[in-house]
Design a protein around this ligand. Structure first.
Ligand SMILES: [Zn+2]
Length: 224
């Protein structure tokens, strides 16, 4: 009886498979009170659109990312952000089809990404990805699964369109920056865990990303 009660509490705290979760996985699944912190480098705001409409234009994509693969990644990130309570849709831009009103164009563009893996431009409604940065990643670290990096970049940049403008100071969050460039480091429950993986940051939004997104959009923190 007591064991069952304990198990019930754990399930509530960890939302599912907690028993076998690594510390990193637990940090992804659970947002503890007081854990949300940002670098205060932007002001969160409501999502750019309701629903958010993302349209993928595959022109100039690296040859090792097929359109179908990128579409899958985009849909996975979009679905992962659904916990925010803001609907989002993903479709492919085909031929000369007109852009849906208010659509955000996901495109491969060196100019648009300005030396970053990806860049969200809310004014121009573009989510730009850098072919050169993904080429560099492939050259420097050919064994690293680039698909995971792309998933992370897409999830992060989508977060800006959902209204998360400040970067998280919580290392695990997909909206995080590891440092502020001035000597400040991101926060982790156990910083020794950072060295256990090549990339500590989650590739999909974490429970804290979702919680902050709900706050930015004026929604109750605990989803029904
Ligand atoms: Zn960002």
């Amino acid at each position: 009886m007591r064991f069952e009660l304990l198990a019930g509490l754990l399930a509530l705290t960890c939302v599912g498979a907690c028993a076998n979760a690594t510390p990193r996985e637990q940090e992804i699944a659970e947002c503890r009170p007081g854990e949300i912190a940002t670098w205060a480098d932007g002001r969160d705001r409501p999502a750019l659109g309701k629903p958010l409409v993302f349209v993928y234009w595959d022109s100039g994509a690296p040859t090792w990312f097929s359109s179908a693969q990128v579409m899958e990644l985009l849909k996975r990130s979009s679905q992962a952000w659904a916990g925010c309570g803001i609907e989002s849709r993903v479709s492919a831009l085909l031929g000369n089809a007109p852009l849906p009103a208010g659509a955000v164009v996901v495109q491969w563009s060196e100019a648009g990404s300005r030396g970053n893996f990806g860049l969200a431009n809310l004014g121009q409604r573009t989510l730009a990805l850098s072919p050169a940065m993904f080429q560099l990643l492939r050259t420097r670290n050919p064994s690293y699964p680039a698909e995971q990096t792309l998933q992370m970049v897409v999830s992060h940049e989508m977060g800006h369109f959902f209204g998360l403008m400040a970067h998280s100071r919580r290392c695990i969050d997909v909206t995080s920056y590891y440092t502020d460039g001035k000597g400040g480091n991101c926060y982790a429950r156990d910083r020794s865990q950072l060295k256990t993986v090549v990339e500590y940051r989650s590739i999909l939004p974490t429970a804290c990303d979702i919680q902050r997104c709900r706050i930015a959009n004026g929604l109750p923190v605990n989803a029904p």
